[in-house]
Ligand binder design. Structure first.
Ligand code: PXG
Length: 446
């Protein structure tokens, strides 16, 4: 792609934009600006190319600058720019929902559209609460999440999320929430490859929660199959199956937040297939459109959809009082359909699976470098944990992030953990380059 011609940004020109999850004051003194992207690379405003080791923000699974997606968006914009989302439809939204329903396992066969992962999370939590109400179990109001879970930034997702720093300025949040313990215990599972063999029993904490809150109190539990944002925490062997069993025993809905793991990240279309566990709902976003348009989705099992349909008045009545102006936006649907064609035609989910052993060897080759205290991986994801600089948590990893950007590598850091999740088109020589650069940076780390 040809970079657009961009007037250089003056310090003043940076000021008005209040940037999300960004140290605005530092950034505006040391801006990092991207102007183009193609394949595995971004181009910076100084013309230098940057190797993308995080698929943008875990979303550009088919690589950047996919012409077919760009053309699908343009064609759609010319034909039908916007269609009201309520009491009306357009063909692409039905086509995309049917396609996702076909891709998803089991009877996860109805799809509600949103515009982001955060909105998918809110939507799923609201479906869970209303579902129990419609079934006459109105006592089920408790929503369960997990420590170190990330479910976006809206109130429901923050409430079931397990990152204290994201919550502390905004309370009171949703009242009836409880959190399971996280599964990351380096004393037992450091340097695991794939699923750690220690920790499956931690799912049993859900059983204890049922006792604590009462038999018909918990509505749903939401977990990321592999926690992404808090540093790639892979579930211990048997953990997710165990959660499923406890949910079945106690009538609790199991929601997998697959905003990151959906669309091939683990070598299968969805993590629920990879782990052989069928959740009641799946939240999606990011790779749905290859990052090319904002879009999210919630897939629900047939019985959930039918419960809403059966519970509503026979006279004209809206079954679920929820939705967004841009639910199923035509441009987003066009982008998503084109992205799904690419994933299918290029067999990208299988490519990710085939490259996984190579990726695993490559990331674990960094294990003996200075400051590295743990490495874990699954599919094309990896977390590299560093010991923090005393009194300055996050500073060591963030310094590596800044120097990586200078040297032409895009990584992501969270706390003192480096997170990697390259586009699924990544090739071995690019994996090698990522590891060479990271090894050099780790050797020079402060
Ligand atoms: N659920 C999960 C599991 C996520 O990873 C969201 C919900 C929210 O999605 P939206 O589209 O509202 O941002 C996410 C988002 C990072 C990082 O580097 C991760 C996310 C977003 C931005 C950065 O860890 N995940």
């Amino acid at each position: 792609m040809t970079p657009l011609s961009n007037p250089p940004l003056s310090k003043n020109g940076l000021e008005a934009y209040w940037m999300p999850f960004t140290d605005n004051r530092h950034f505006k003194g040391h801006p990092r600006v991207l102007v183009a992207a193609e394949g595995m690379y971004y181009t910076r405003d100084d013309g230098e190319r940057i190797l993308d080791a995080v698929a943008g923000l875990w979303c550009v699974n088919a690589g950047h600058g996919r012409t077919a997606i760009a053309e699908a968006i343009a064609t759609q914009a010319k034909a039908l720019d916007y269609s009201p989302a309520f009491q009306m439809g357009h063909p692409r939204a039905f086509e995309l929902a049917a396609r996702l329903a076909k891709m998803l396992p089991g009877d996860l066969d109805h799809v509600f559209f949103t515009n982001s992962g955060s909105e998918s999370v809110e939507t799923a939590l609201k479906i869970a609460l209303a579902y129990h109400l419609h079934r006459g179990e109105e006592s089920r109001r408790v929503l369960v999440g997990r420590e170190r879970g990330y479910h976006g930034v809206n109130f429901g997702g923050l409430s079931v999320g397990g990152i204290p720093a994201n919550k502390e300025d905004f309370g009171p949040l949703v009242a009836q929430v409880d959190l399971l313990p996280h599964t990351h215990h380096p004393d037992h599972n450091a340097f695991s490859r794939g699923e750690p063999d220690w920790g499956g029993h931690l799912a049993g904490a859900l059983e204890e929660m049922v006792e604590k809150h009462g038999n018909q109190a918990i509505a749903a539990i939401m977990v990321e199959p592999v926690a992404g944002s808090t540093g790639v925490l892979v579930p211990p062997q048997g953990y997710l199956k165990h959660l499923r069993e406890i949910c079945d025993d106690h009538g609790i809905l199991l929601i997998f937040d697959e905003v990151i793991t959906g669309f091939g990240r683990l070598g299968s279309a969805f993590a629920c297939e990879k782990f052989g566990v069928l959740p009641d709902m799946v939240t999606l976003a990011k790779g749905l459109t290859n990052g090319a348009a904002p879009m999210g989705a919630v897939a629900v099992r047939k019985g959930i959809y039918e419960t809403f349909m059966d519970a509503a008045d026979p006279d004209p009545a809206i079954e679920f009082a929820h939705g967004y102006t841009y639910s199923g936006h035509p441009l987003a649907c066009a982008a998503a359909l084109a992205a799904q064609d690419i994933y299918r035609d290029e067999g990208l989910f299988a490519c990710a699976g085939e490259l996984t052993p190579y990726w695993e060897e490559a990331v674990h080759s960094l294990g003996n470098l200075p400051h590295v205290t743990d490495i874990r991986n699954m599919g094309l994801m990896a977390g590299i944990e560093l010991d923090p600089i005393p009194e300055r948590p996050t500073a060591r990893a963030f310094d590596i992030y800044l120097r990586a950007f200078e040297k032409g590598l895009l990584i992501r850091t969270t706390g003192d953990i480096i997170a990697l999740s390259p586009p699924l088109i990544v090739e071995r020589h690019e994996v090698d380059r990522m590891m060479e650069l990271l090894a050099t940076l780790l050797k020079q780390a402060v």
